[in-house]
Design a protein around this ligand. Sequence first.
Ligand code: PEP
Ligand code: MN
Length: 334
Amino acid sequence: MQKGVTNSQIESVKQRIKELGFDYQLNSGEELTVIAVLGKETGSCDTQVFEVLPGVEKVFRIEKAFKLASRDFQQKDTILKIGDVEIGGKNVVIMAGPCSVESEEQILACAEIAKQKGAKILRGGAFKPRTSPFGFQGLKEDGLKILAKAKERTGLLIITEAMSIEDVAVVADYADIIQVGTRNMQNYPLLTAVGKSHKPVLLKRGFAATLEEWLMAADWILREDNSSVILCERGIRTFSNCTRFTLDVGVVPVVKRFSHLPIIIDPSHAAGYFGYVPVLAKAGVAAGADGLIVEIHPDPKKALSDGAQSLTFSDFSRLMEELKAIASAIGRSI
Ligand code: PEP
Ligand code: MN
């Protein structure tokens, strides 16, 4: 409370705390009065409801704003088991495939090389969010059918994006993991819908989101009784424009400290250019990420989306060998 706070101001804060269903603890010192708000769900209470009250100097959050995603809530790492793939355990899981599903030949070729080189999951967007709304928006359900065919052929699991609530049901029919893109991290109705689908969800970090905001978004999925959330750092927007986004590789150990959820790295959307992708991928594994999601294309020059950041099959093959060495150096495997 402010210096010189009056008793009636203190009383009205106490009253507001009670109205909101919390308890309080009053600490009156020589100079300052501090009121602690106590209760189970303080994380869901906006600090602004107290900031506006007369006599209040400052409101600090002591308890984290996210709960279900936090290490306090669950000490041991979440290890997701999807088919026979484990994410968050000792293995570093590689997801690879094109940005967009373009054709059956393209997907089958990607699936073949991905499988051969040790990837476990095939990526490919059928519903595409784009930097420009005028870009290619995906093959929709026809694209999902192509992914299903590739799964049947290779046994790879499928990850693909749902962009809106209306897409969730059809995407859930085909996908093993539903991807929520960076532009949708705070689309709470979509998060509720993917949560309710009870499919594993890959939650990309919003490119302007803090760690706290990201983990609150994860909480929003987890609260639908869906414990299968994987976080994905894909680069954030900073003053640096030398890569498409700035890969916040340092977030990996911080996530590991504060959350039990697995985290993977997307080096492709961070880099924006194929030449930078392998370095960011290797940095991600070295930093302790539980996996990578990498864009590859049989002929990047002809890609309908993100060709510049897509690896050719030979670059991808070389990268996979290097990644195996890095994983083994830190006691993990691919
Ligand atoms: C993607 O992975 O295809 C994609 C669009 O990524 P992001 O949401 O991170 O831009
Ligand atoms: Mn892409």
